[in-house]
Design a protein around this ligand. Sequence first.
Ligand code: MN
Length: 162
Amino acid sequence: MLAKKLQQYRSMRDFAKTPEPKGKVTTAGNTFVVQKHAARRLHYDLRLELKGALKSWAVPKGIPTKYNEKHLAIETEDHPLEYAKFEGTIPAGEYGAGTVKIWDAGEYELVHVNVKKGIIEFKLHGHRYKGTYALVRFKQENNKNQWLLFRVKDKNEASNPS
Ligand code: MN
């Protein structure tokens, strides 16, 4: 099951050349990571552990911190769980060439999830990012990998975080 999930990820990479993990560990957990990825275009990769892999999005503008910010999040292939610990340089010419740094990491809680319908609500317990977020997939058939990422107000939060 995991191997099938990671088929696309593996097919896009030459593990003889890239230091990225091939992927093998299967555990049930609730890890998230945000990786700052200085690729051809700088972006932040948000990854949430879901069913034995890291469900992943590339977020060009980064994780929103204010309630009125909606950032485009482009769904990418599932990554192996070990990728949550990955930092390093993907060599020139390889997929995603550039430097990957862990920007934030920690645990998260799933508040509500329906991947088929394109809704994931989750609460991050990171160092930079704390609070509830929603990912909502675009409805249009040709935008199936595009989601919007935004903050959702927690019951006990009255105003924008600083
Ligand atoms: Mn990336």
